[in-house]
Design a protein around this ligand. Structure first.
Ligand code: F6R
Length: 606
């Protein structure tokens, strides 16, 4: 996730953009830059680092021109550096582009443009956009707008993109596909931005672009164009009722709630992995004699889910290990035939890095899944995949967890293909399910928030909660436990449901709340047996199960119905009710859900 903003009007654009950028910094903060147009020239200042550091070095306010675009970055392709910071320029330095999103076919486009003698200065996917527009406009002589629209036709992936040119000082061109973009409509000036926080101090009137739309934005108006037909779209501004703080959180009271709601977008981005890295990772995984999946906290639960997925999809056994336990307990078994796949949102967790350092010294192959380009994990991994979730500000991991599980699923699928372990029909069925996951999660979010808030109201004074699931759902139970416990401060227990009769059942008495995670999989029948055992002892049964599972519905005191999903992918939608439960319990108990006590977002001590 990055932030883009543009301004056109009578004020000097650079200071306006600088202020707007600081409002967008929560969308990414590893580098930033501004481009303006003045007197037939494009001016650019950009660097790596946070905006205020860059301003101290370069004085971002001191740039001429009443039109400009700016960017604050959360790296996806190419680490944080001056060259990779946006805006990006074409070879003639007459066009500047900023972009939020992921261009999936950038490698092919880069190759094609390089053969046409375009010189690339960065490692970003974005740079192909500006060279494509240059190709059509500067070299082939198409008008700027036509060149822009033609370039967009060549691009696959997600984008909110804004472009200025020294040949067109009175307009900003923008377009969107699967990344947010709004026009802030003022009197004699206009903004464009990834979100309204950037301009809400200056105007409360906004037009939201839809997917597949472009716009020409001038100081005195805007024209929206449908990309598929190039026809005009009429859309009037809406008036925003938010203040700046509400706008930063998109109207949600907390970042955690915003991030729970952002999961469909984060999952779409997690499906846009760069194939070459996924293939490389898969090949390296394939060579491992022992494969460890390593993580801490929530990322460990993603590893736990991953071990079931690798086993069931690719028929490959892996060891999920808590990072802090690795060196002392498994370290001696590590050698050159060992592969460690480390999962870490921050890429900086000390327990993870410590384990990897040990493994590195013993010549193991280190692979990574992370959300943070330029993190230590990316530097020490032989190969890594970025989950593309954007910054997560709430301390509790929500959108980054479901994205990690989706990345692991894709790796398992790719490994299955490499080893010839799946029949074509199974492969096709899976792929279809993967693509549907963001939509399924959208349905779940819209459906379960209210009932889970009501569950939270019922349970707010309980002393302890129990979470049970079997197979891959035991990882969902573990993650539900962690999420609810860290935000509500209510002690929680999770077990594999099959283990409940081997001990935990002794704590059950009348009204004891027991959550069952029961997707319609091979374990369902046995889960029902466990539900009956608990019910017979007076437990309050709260089941998260398929909406058509009438048997489970009958047995439950509270039933949370889920839409159909492939059972192996259930960890993604089935964890969402528990994220809401955790959030609402925190609110009801007076806790700050964004900053639970005693915790830090990134634990950099052993
Ligand atoms: C819980 C949570 C933590 C992290 C853990 C690992 O909600 O966020 O348990 O998952 O500290 O962090 P990363 O993934 O950055 O290594």
């Amino acid at each position: 996730m990055c932030g883009i903003v543009g301004y056109i009007g009578s004020e000097n654009a650079a200071p306006v953009l600088h202020r707007a950028l600081t409002r967008l910094e929560y969308r990414g903060y590893d580098s930033a830059g501004i481009a303006t147009v003045f007197n037939g020239r494009v001016f650019v200042k950009k660097d790596s680092g946070r905006i205020e550091e860059i301003h101290k070095r370069l004085n971002l306010d001191d740039m001429p021109g009443g039109v400009g675009i700016a960017h604050t970055r959360w790296a996806t392709h190419g680490g944080p550096s001056q060259a990779n910071a946006h805006p990006h320029l074409d070879c003639s330095n007459s066009i500047a582009v900023v972009h939020n999103g992921v261009i999936e076919n950038f490698l092919q486009l880069r190759k094609e443009l390089t053969e046409l003698n375009h010189v690339f200065k960065s490692k970003t996917d974005t740079e192909v956009i500006v060279h494509l527009v240059e190709e059509y406009h500067v070299r082939q002589g198409k008008p700027l707008l036509e060149a822009f629209l033609t370039a967009l036709e060549r691009i696959q992936g997600s984008y909110a993109v804004a472009l200025i040119s020294s040949n067109a000082a009175r307009e900003i061109l923008v377009a969107r596909n699967d990344a947010p973009l709004a026009i802030g409509v003022g009197d004699g000036f206009n903004f464009i931005s990834s979100d309204v926080t950037a301009f809400i101090e200056k105007t409360k009137r906004a037009v939201f672009l839809q997917n597949g739309e472009a716009a020409v934005v001038r100081a005195d108006g805007y024209d929206i164009i449908k990309l598929a037909t190039r026809g005009a779209v009429a859309r009037k501004p809406v008036t925003l009722l938010w203040d700046i703080e509400m706008a930063e959180k998109h109207g949600y009271p907390h970042f955690t709630l915003k991030e729970i709601h952002e999961q469909p977008e984060a999952l779409r981005n997690a499906l846009r992995l760069q194939n070459i890295y996924v293939d490389l990772l898969t090949e390296l995984l394939d060579r491992g004699r022992d494969i460890f999946l390593l993580g801490a906290g929530t990322s460990y639960h993603a590893c736990l889910a991953g071990s079931y997925l690798f086993s069931k999809i690719a028929r490959v056994a892996t060891y999920p290990v808590v990072a802090s336990e690795f060196v002392e307990n498994y370290g001696a078994s590590v050698n050159a035939d060992t592969v460690i796949l480390a999962v870490s949102q921050s890429g900086e967790t000390a327990d993870v890095l410590n384990a990897l350092e040990h493994a590195r010294l013993r010549a193991a192959t280190i692979l990574g899944i992370t959300n943070t380009v330029g993190s230590t994990l990316t530097r020490i991994s032989r190969a890594y995949v970025l989950q593309n979730s954007g910054p997560e500000i709430g301390v509790a991991a929500t959108k980054t967890y479901t994205a990690q599980v989706l990345v692991l699923t894709q790796l398992a699928l790719r490994l299955a293909k490499l080893r010839g372990k799946l029949a074509q029909f199974e492969m096709d069925e899976f792929k279809e399910t993967l693509v549907n996951i963001p939509g399924i999660v959208e349905v779940v979010i819209s459906r379960v928030e209210k009932p889970m808030r009501e569950v939270a109201e019922k349970l707010v004074d309980k002393d302890v909660l129990l979470f049970l699931g079997r197979g891959v759902s035991s990882s969902t139970a573990a993650e539900a436990r962690l999420k609810v416990m860290e935000l509500s401060y209510i002690p929680c227990i999770s077990y594999s449901a099959g283990e409940s009769k081997h001990g935990p059942i002794s704590i059950i008495d009348k009204g004891f709340p027991v959550f069952f995670i029961v997707p319609p999989d091979d374990d369902r029948k046995q889960n029902i047996g466990n539900i009956m055992e608990m019910k017979a002892r007076g437990a309050m049964i709260i089941a998260v199960a398929d909406e058509n599972d009438d048997e489970v519905r009958e047995l439950s005191d509270i039933f949370i119905g889920m839409p159909a999903v492939h059972p192996l992918l259930s960890p993604i939608p089935y964890v969402i009710p528990f994220q809401f439960l955790a959030y609402y319990l925190a609110i009801l108990r007076g806790n700050d859900p964004d900053k639970p006590r005693n915790l830090a977002k990134s634990v950099t001590v052993l």
